[in-house]
Structure formats: structure tokens, C-alpha cells
Design a binder for this molecule. Sequence first.
Ligand SMILES: [Zn+2]
Length: 117
Amino acid sequence: MAHSSSSPPVRMAALKRRIARLGLLCSGTLLERTKVCGKPACRCAADPAARHGPYYEWNRRLQGRLHHRIVSPAQARVITQAMNEYQTLLGLLADWEDASAQVILGAERLSPQTRRR
Ligand SMILES: [Zn+2]
């Protein structure tokens, strides 16, 4: 990661390289659930530890609408990793925004201040 004392253009170049290396990105939430099947003879009826599952439910917002989807344990692992990547991206975008503001405000600082009264 670029040190914060680097110039904004150097920081932005480093941010772009890190963003280019990101893989799958997911947002939303992933819930782990267990279920009772309802059969009186099944062990799950009496023993909470014998409930079925776990099942993974991925909730995410697409074009303003909430979508629910049951995913496999393998998919849940990939989604969890992709959610971490998404959080990394948000952090990198915040750094990029900060570097952009430094470029813009730094440029203003170089302009003559004499017109202010
Ligand atoms: Zn059951």
C-alpha cells in the first residue's frame, strides 16, 4: 500500500493497481440457518443440535429490490471472500477520493490568493 506521505498521483497509481487485482465482488448479507423439517419422528423435532443444515441465504439489493437466494456451502465460502473484497474496494475508493480532493484543493492552493478581500 502506498504510504500516506506519497504524492496523490503516486497514491492513485498504487490504488489503481490494487483495484485491478481484485477478483469477485459481492455485496449484501449472508445468513447461516438451520431448519426443522416438521416430521414428528425426526431427531430435529426434539434436539436443536439435530436441526437440518446449515443452509446459507444470500440477501442482496439489485436495482433497489431485495433478492433472497439459497446458496451451497461452497458458494457461501466464495461469497464471503467476495464480500471481503468488496469491503477492500470501498476502502480503496475512499483513499482514491481523498487523493483526488488533495489534487483539487492542492491546485487551488497554488492559485493567487490576492483576489480575496
Ligand atoms: Zn428433521
